[in-house]
Design a protein around this ligand. Structure first.
Ligand code: NAP
Length: 256
């Protein structure tokens, strides 16, 4: 258990945990002593995250699931409960981009992004709340974004990430009486495959893209997945029980 992670060991699910922010968060929660279901579209791609956790003496379990698919989510919960037990921590992190200006955005670009982020968080949270209520304890952390404030080329993503904030606040209101908190983390620029893909789409070398972003950020650097994992670690801890329904921007400076 890391020094900051003074939590009772729980069973956690982190979606989109094969890489990026999800992988860092899964590894961090395992360091805090939690058993972690490392969920992603492709189970094989979860191996690196699972191996890292196991090598550090933690408990982890790869689960292949599509969070936007109801049957897949139901099957994932059966697998997780059989393999690890009933989950009381859920980090809804899985995400995709289908960026385009509105006039070029296809209906499938819209549906895919809303499907993974919003429908995915809904399906996962609806399944998880039952076990959290049984336990009288639960922690839900949803990944929003500074794009929720509006971002050119991201009408679908901005809508999903703004929706995630309303969803989070509503979960906090409905589930608080059962010992369940819900909070949203809204990252700024985090160096992952997702931001690398954006640089590629814009035909800007990733190094230059990072340097340009860092120049605009008060702390003078872009974020790393660990910057998000650190906050997730706190939000799922026992000590965060009075923090609920919040949207916390993690962007190296103020956002408005
Ligand atoms: P990433 O590196 O692209 O990782 C996202 C992961 O989610 C991938 O492993 C992906 O699997 C998985 N995934 C996609 N669709 C899925 C589905 N339907 N079911 C299960 N897993 C699925 O992204 P990231 O940068 O770490 O971002 C993680 C989260 O933070 C996302 O919600 C993102 O919107 C949010 N965020 C990121 C940033 C940033 O700057 N990076 C900023 C703000 C918010 P595949 O590889 O198989 O597609």
């Amino acid at each position: 258990m890391s020094e900051q992670g003074m939590s009772e060991p729980r069973i956690a699910i982190v979606t989109g945990a094969a890489r990026g922010i999800g992988a860092a968060t899964a590894i961090r929660l395992a360091e805090d002593g939690h058993a972690v279901a490392v969920l992603d579209l492709n189970g094989d791609q979860c191996a690196a995250t699972v191996d890292t956790i196991v090598a550090q003496g933690g408990r982890a379990f790869a689960v292949a699931a599509d969070v936007s698919d109801e049957a897949s989510v139901a099957a994932a919960f059966e697998t997780i409960i059989a393999g690890l037990g009933e989950p009381t921590i859920l980090v809804n992190n899985a995400g995709i981009l289908r960026d385009n200006l509105l006039f070029k955005m296809t209906t499938s670009d819209w549906d895919a992004v809303l499907g993974v982020h919003l429908r995915g968080a809904f399906l996962m949270s609806r399944s998880a709340q039952r076990y959290m209520r049984n336990a009288g304890f639960g922690r839900i952390v949803n990944l929003s974004s500074i794009s929720a404030l509006g971002n050119r080329g991201q009408a679908n993503y901005a809508a999903a990430k703004a929706g995630m904030q309303g969803f989070t606040k509503t979960l906090a209101i409905e589930l608080g009486q059962f010992g369940v908190t819900a909070n949203a983390i809204a990252p700024g620029f985090i160096q992952t495959d997702m931001t690398a893909a954006t640089a590629e789409r814009l035909h800007i070398p990733f190094d230059e893209f990072i340097a340009g972003a860092a120049a605009e950020i008060p702390v003078g650097r872009v974020g790393q997945p660990a910057d998000i994992a650190n906050l997730a670690s706190f939000l799922v801890s026992e000590g965060a029980g009075f923090v609920s329904g919040q949207v916390i921007y993690v962007a190296g400076g103020p956002t408005d």
